[in-house]
Design a protein around this ligand. Sequence first.
Ligand SMILES: [Zn+2]
Length: 294
Amino acid sequence: MERGWLSANNIVFVGRDQAAVVDTGYVTHSDQTLALIEATLAGRPLDLILNTHLHSDHCGGNAALQARYPGVETRIPPGEASLVETWDEDGLSFRTTGQNCPRFRFDALLQAGHEVVLGDIPWEVHAAPGHDPHSIILWEPRSRTLISADALWENGFGVVFPELSGEPSFDEVAATLDVIEALHPLRVIPGHGAVFDEVAGALRSARSRLEGFARDPAKHAWHAVKVLVKFKLLEVQSMSNEEWQSWVQQTPYLETIRARFFPASTLEDLSAQALAALVKTGAASATAERIQNR
Ligand SMILES: [Zn+2]
């Protein structure tokens, strides 16, 4: 189910004796996620939730689905399992990015090198660090279909978050693109945007984007600031200037990025410049009172 950019796509599998969903969208869309999944399952219960990684736009519907389907089993990649267990909001990315995700439980882990049966067919679990160090992707070798999460989109890939806090990760993004290329997918179901078959072209454009970022990490950091602001605008659609200022102050990632990449700038200036850049490209509008998504 292709969703808007605030929510990751949901991939729903209906097998003989099991129904599953990969990734569950952002919390503010969870009513829509429930309705879409209920309609697809036509009265059957959901048996399995998988998350490719634990960003708020990929696991924000977990809690609502667990409440709706109490018997559902939830499997997550291993890297952040202990943080989920104790619901460590500082360790998980939600608070630092100024995003929201209601608490959910998990029952099992999605280990790279293992398989998981989805729609009666075994899918391989592969590690895909880069955008997120703990992300996995799912591969079905017979149809050569890849569920790529945010490691590869038709036009690019997700922000390389570890780089922003000083963990070099562009090489991991490149290595994950190599893993994807070696699989030779015929079709990719990305975390965001439409399913695509032009995989070679997508890999080419991802690599050239990555080279630009690796040459100039500040360019990537600036892109990340704009992505964080745009994500918030997609979520709230409209906010007062006071709400905007308080979101900027309460989103530690912005300060992390400023301190590392733009130390000559203040947080106010950096966020105002990002907003101005979004207004200039038509992705936002701003008046003296309100800021709006476009
Ligand atoms: Zn992500």
